[in-house]
Design a protein around this ligand. Structure first.
Ligand SMILES: [Zn+2]
Length: 161
């Protein structure tokens, strides 16, 4: 098994090619990603936001979904994620949930912002208290708010993740 810290530059270049082809094909934004293990590509993903009317269809999310489906798992333990651009906050969250070993990215979020894809706003919003965000997150406590967790704790057949 190759070191998880050393990028396979061919795979990284390949994600850039996929991102360029995605733009030329009119499928979505200029982003692509892939999941690989031991240098072998498990799944690819490109940005499909505008062609599928799915604001969550970022390249990394698409690649993670396809890789998990291909591997029949909800964790990408030991896998490498290659992406044409530094992940946005949503994809960062998805990456932490999927738990690959490492992420290699080509372009920076600064380059993405220069092209009109500015996710710095979201990072700034995360730092604010929920009720002060542009889209307010309002806590509404109810007597049943913990019911699903109570049910989860007592569920014997649950699959932890
Ligand atoms: Zn993203």
């Amino acid at each position: 098994m190759s070191s998880p810290r050393r990028p396979n530059l061919e795979l990284l270049e390949y994600t850039i090619t996929l991102a360029v082809e995605n733009v030329r094909g009119g499928k979505g934004g200029p982003f692509a990603a892939l999941v690989a293990t031991d240098g072998k590509v498990i799944a690819e993903g490109v940005n499909l936001v505008t062609s599928t009317n799915d604001p969550t269809a970022h390249a990394e999310v698409v690649a993670i979904r396809r890789a998990c489906e291909a591997l029949g798992t909800f964790q990408l333990t030991g896998a490498e994620l290659y992406t044409s651009c530094e992940p946005c906050p949503m994809c960062l969250g998805a990456i932490f949930w999927a738990r690959p070993a490492v992420v290699f990215y080509a372009a920076t979020c600064i380059e993405a912002a220069a092209a009109g894809f500015d996710d710095a706003l979201i990072y700034r919003q995360i730092a604010l208290p929920g009720d002060q965000r542009i889209i307010p997150m309002i806590h509404v406590p109810t007597p049943r708010s913990g019911h699903s967790f109570e049910t989860w704790r007592h569920q014997r057949q649950r699959v932890d993740y």
